[in-house]
Ligand binder design. Structure first.
Ligand code: ADP
Ligand code: MG
Length: 236
């Protein structure tokens, strides 16, 4: 349903051109969990930012359900069901958690529904629904609220760039449970073994190219031969 074809992303300065993504071609199927991994600087964030439209590719095409979305801005991609999670929703500062969840789901939710979203991320609804989004919330609380917003949004495609960052106070099992429960295509950039293990498909990126694709067990030896310490099972 989401297809990238010969996707390239180059950065040019006065003297030279640097290739960040080099002719990446891949098809993401519906309702599967994809984990993109690879050494630091291999182009993972650049790839997902191109899918969301935060960056524009210098070559190649992106298709969503056969529609060419390569030149669509972020908001148009969001309207078509692509969501990029774990961005602090700064523009919504001051709004209450309840209002944010209603905006994310596009309707007014009853208490039970709100409670359901919040309890899935380990927050008690009665303590949080009337809390404004402000700097009194801890980093961990913000992360969980952002995750609850993902649940409420019910996007077709959810993109997460290193969701494990800053979530150390909360259990990874809960995070992976949420990924598994999402009825969407999940594209997760991660180094975390526990997240790699739940992937239907792991993409190993190196030097701006997909080096290997497969289940974690198959990809593991290639990841372990990588130069990145984080990838050698040194979780957390
Ligand atoms: N705006 C930019 N200007 C110059 N280099 C960049 C820019 N954005 C990314 N890069 C470089 O592109 C490479 C890939 O970056 P990134 O996609 O963030 O890697 P990853 O997420 O895999 O760690 C890195 O070498 C990074 O330094
Ligand atoms: Mg990155």
């Amino acid at each position: 349903m989401l297809r990238i074809e010969n996707l390239s992303y180059n950065i040019a300065d006065e003297n030279s051109e640097k290739e960040i993504l080099n002719n990446v071609t891949f098809k993401f199927d519906k309702n599967k969990i994809y984990v993109i991994t690879g050494p630091n600087g291999s182009g993972k964030s650049t790839l997902v930012k191109n899918i969301m439209g935060i960056l524009s590719p210098t070559g190649g095409k992106i298709f969503l359900d056969e529609e060419d979305i390569t030149n669509l801005p972020i908001n148009e991609r969001a309207n078509r069901g692509i969501a990029y999670a774990f961005q602090t929703p700064v523009t919504f500062k001051g709004l209450k958690v309840k209002e944010l969840l209603d905006i994310a789901s596009g309707k007014t939710n009853d208490f039970n529904t709100l409670c359901d979203y919040l309890s899935k991320v380990g927050l008690c609804a009665k303590d949080y629904i009337n809390r404004p989004l402000d700097d009194k919330l801890s980093g961990g609380e913000l992360k969980r609220i952002e995750l609850a917003l993902v649940l409420a949004r019910k996007a077709k495609i959810n993109i997460f760039d290193e969701p494990e960052a800053g979530i150390d106070l909360w259990s990874f099992d809960n995070l992976t449970k949420i990924f598994k429960s999402l009825k969407s295509t999940n594209i997760i950039v991660s180094h975390q073994t526990k997240i790699l293990e739940i992937a239907d498909c792991v993409l190993l990126l190196k030097g701006g190219q997909i080096q290997k694709v497969g289940k974690y067990e198959e990809i593991k030896p290639y990841i372990q031969s990588s130069t990145c310490g984080k990838l050698r099972g040194q979780d957390e």
